[in-house]
Write a protein that binds this ligand. Structure first.
Ligand code: FNR
Length: 421
């Protein structure tokens, strides 16, 4: 065995390279979060950090429930070469964690989508571009051709004509996975207090704050004001930022019906994932319609304040459909240990949002790559601790999960189900 390569180095072992210095300075995602808070204007930081409702309790619940999950490691497996690779939708990814779709990374750090794409492509980890992001799918697919996924929000106009065109564009540029997400608009008090609207109109308070954030302002000069880059062609010829934002506000959003999911299934030729699933029966309907994956997600606590923690419904959903579809998980993941917890409870792959945003805010364009390395190293170390050889083997370990939901009683068939049949 080559000791130099194989022995775990730990965070910050002795060396003085920039990488080692950063590892010592930011040993946890929370350290990046604190640094980001100092470097990013509050309208951008709060957009990322905030959750639904005054208490934002659903964000905290994701964390508290993850913290409660215990895993019993096994003895006797020599596993210094434990692999973090996963097979998903016919591809091999080097990492079992990827970047969740997020609306406007440019509010955290202008031009942030480019950094996400580059980091994911380099690490061979999934990167989901949100359809409401500030970069067009064609440009991102060129930058991250091997790992890009695309998330769609519903645009009902003309019987989903725009949605199907967006999906076709994704097919044309080689996107492998399409994710349908469902949430309706919700109230986020932080965004209201910051008067966050797109395009952003700074008030006096923000202008003063921006003066104190020179590196963010320089990034803004380079990356430009964030704007919804996937919609302009549906708005008109050379639409302004304001016209695009008005279009998005008016036309984008609302839940896909099961009948619409079925139509996507019939048209989309590659892997289809439904995101925002929290009930095993919904997972079952999705799978019966032929989707390839369900993404167990409460949208990072940003949509329904009273929803369960994603991790607490994961085992029931994995039991229900895990043998027929890939169960993907997100919500509150902040460490390699959390990725291991989700895998032990049935997730085939984990995505996370805010950690990559905090990386952006703390370190600018090199941040997402740093966060990838952080997860890679932590996952490797935790795998070795668990005594398994492969990531998939984690699901054989014994776990304790105090807040897990049981859905023992089948609920009455909902009207939407009938429509799908
Ligand atoms: C999101 N999320 C999200 N999801 C989606 O499908 N489309 C979107 O446009 C967005 N936008 C968005 C913006 C920001 C700033 C955040 C933090 C999140 C939800 C995201 O995909 C994912 O479900 C959560 O981020 C997972 O929770 P954590 O990892 O952030 O705790």
């Amino acid at each position: 065995m080559n000791d130099k390569v194989a022995k775990p180095q730990g965070w910050g072992a002795g060396v003085r390279t920039r990488e080692a210095v950063l590892k010592r300075r930011y040993p946890t995602i929370d350290d990046l979060r604190k640094r980001a808070k100092k470097r990013v204007p509050s309208f951008g930081f709060d957009y990322v950090e905030g959750g639904a409702g005054e208490t934002e309790i659903n964000v905290a619940r994701n964390r508290a429930s993850l913290d409660g999950v215990q895993i019993v490691p096994r003895f006797g497996v020599e596993n210094y070469t434990a692999s973090t690779e996963i097979e998903l939708f016919g591809k091999t990814y080097a990492m079992p964690i990827g970047i969740a779709p997020m609306g406007l990374p440019g509010l955290m750090w202008p031009g942030g989508e480019d950094a996400f794409a580059d980091a994911a492509q380099k690490a061979r980890a999934p990167f989901t571009l949100g359809s409401s992001a500030g970069a067009a799918i064609e440009r991102m697919a060129e930058r991250a051709p091997d790992v890009i996924w695309y998330q769609l929000y519903r645009v009902a106009r003309d019987d989903l004509r725009i949605n199907f065109d967006m999906a076709q564009r994704a097919v044309d540029c080689g996107v492998n996975v399409l994710t349908l997400d469902v949430p309706a608009r919700t109230k986020r008090p932080r965004e209201l207090r910051n008067d966050l609207v797109i395009p952003y109109r700074p008030n006096l308070r923000t202008i003063c704050e921006l003066m104190m954030r020179p590196s963010w302002l320089m990034a803004l000069r380079k990356g430009g004001q964030p704007s919804f880059a996937n919609y302009p062609r549906y708005v008109g010829t050379n639409p302004s930022h304001i016209e695009i934002a008005t279009f998005v506000k008016r036309e984008v959003g609302g839940a896909f019906s099961w009948e619409e999911v079925k139509r996507f299934r019939d048209k989309w030729p590659r892997a289809l994932v439904v995101k925002g699933i929290l009930h095993p029966e919904d997972a079952e309907i999705a799978v019966s319609l032929g989707v390839d994956g369900v993404q167990v997600s409460n949208h990072g606590g940003r949509q329904l304040e009273g929803a369960p923690a994603s991790i607490d419904v994961l085992p029931a959903i994995a039991r229900q459909v895990g043998d027929r579809a890939a169960v993907i998980f997100d919500g509150g993941v902040r460490s390699g240990m959390d990725v291991i917890r989700a895998a032990a409870l049935g997730a085939k792959c984990t995505l996370t949002g805010r950690p990559f945003m905090y990386g952006l805010g703390a370190l600018g364009m090199e941040g997402p790559g740093f966060v990838m390395d952080f997860f890679q190293e932590e996952i490797r170390a935790a795998l070795r601790q668990c005594g398994v050889r492969t990531f998939a083997e984690l699901s054989t370990l014994s776990t304790r999960h105090p807040n897990a939901w049981e859905f023992s009683k089948p609920t009455a068939a909902r009207p939407a189900m009938a429509a799908a049949e």
